[in-house]
Design a protein around this ligand. Sequence first.
Ligand SMILES: Nc1ncnc2c1ncn2[C@@H]1O[C@H](COP(=O)(O)OP(=O)(O)OP(=O)(O)O)[C@@H](O)[C@H]1O
Ligand SMILES: O=P(O)(O)OC[C@H]1O[C@](O)(CO)[C@@H](O)[C@@H]1O
Ligand SMILES: [Mg+2]
Length: 343
Amino acid sequence: MRIGILTGGGDCPGLNAVIRAVVRTAEGRYGSTIVGFRDGWRGLLEDRKVEMRNEDRIDRILARGGTILGTARVNPQKLYDGLDRIKQTLEDNGIDVLIPIGGEGTLTAGSWLADSGVPVVGVPKTIDNDIDCTDVTFGFDTALTIATDAIDRLHTTAESHQRVMLVEVMGRHAGWIALQSGMASGAHLILVPEQPFDVDEVCDMVKKRFQRGDSHFICVVAEGAAPDPASMTLKEGGIDEFGHKIFTGVAQQLAVEIERRIGKEVRTTVLGHVQRGGTPTPYDRILATRFGVHATDAAHDGQFGQMVALHGTEIDLVPLSEATKQLKTVPLERYREAAAFFG
Ligand SMILES: Nc1ncnc2c1ncn2[C@@H]1O[C@H](COP(=O)(O)OP(=O)(O)OP(=O)(O)O)[C@@H](O)[C@H]1O
Ligand SMILES: O=P(O)(O)OC[C@H]1O[C@](O)(CO)[C@@H](O)[C@@H]1O
Ligand SMILES: [Mg+2]
């Protein structure tokens, strides 16, 4: 069998671990060959690829962040318009099955290709942990670890200056990184995209904490968190060429409002792409490796149109069409658990 593999969407720690696992399992267990397409779907549209072998160079990418194949975002319409070219590239390279590793966008494209007759086995990745039908995605644990470490550090400097600290973390539609890093680091408030916030309520919470004699206030803000429009207006950023909303910095705008309304000194830290860079945690290396092994087995079993997924401790397959129907957002009950520690 000949397998095509690509990485799409934002990079994520653990992508290389999946690539390594697919190459080693496919060649070692099945004697199959592997072609890596460069820069996500763009590599398929432009027939840019690299032959991948089970050699020391590949073996040693296990702990390396990023993706050796490169990744990219491509306007979905360009993909739809390029279906014939994609199929031609697959045929020219003798590809029997394609393994796209990506977030909900990449997997939606994978699901569409599967519906268009291309044999596909998907692998879910994203630091946001927002892909449905899997308990968790690899990359999340690494991002969570980095965010938690950063917030732990902010506690001591905030205490020393009796400051309010706002920490903006990634999370476009889902607040998993904010929720979990906030809980793990004992934040005094967590704002997520799923629950609009009221600025006066935030200010009251800050005031009460200082009136009680506490020395600082840490609030974790997901980049996609938004105020109730009646309480504050966020700057509009518009939409980028890939259809994603452009953020305008919710934490910084909230900081200005808090200072204006209650006169407390506020500092803002935006963690940004630090959360996505560098080596994956052991948990992510192992999950990514297991996903890679199971995706390769599924490819050889002819289990197309499916995605590997973690359920409990087991790796299963779920239809791509199911997994991409909706995002896995933070349920209200989970937010309420964290809210027990607010204020
Ligand atoms: N609805 C869609 N239909 C077809 N293709 C899509 C769709 N959404 C996204 N894609 C394709 O998948 C690519 C990656 O999607 P996106 O930029 O959303 O990243 P992702 O895979 O979701 O990863 P992440 O959001 O974690 O960075 C897009 O650039 C586009 O080419
Ligand atoms: O790297 P880019 O294109 O700025 O994308 C950033 C986005 O990608 C993610 O890291 C992963 O989806 C989001 O958390 C974030 O909003
Ligand atoms: Mg996406």
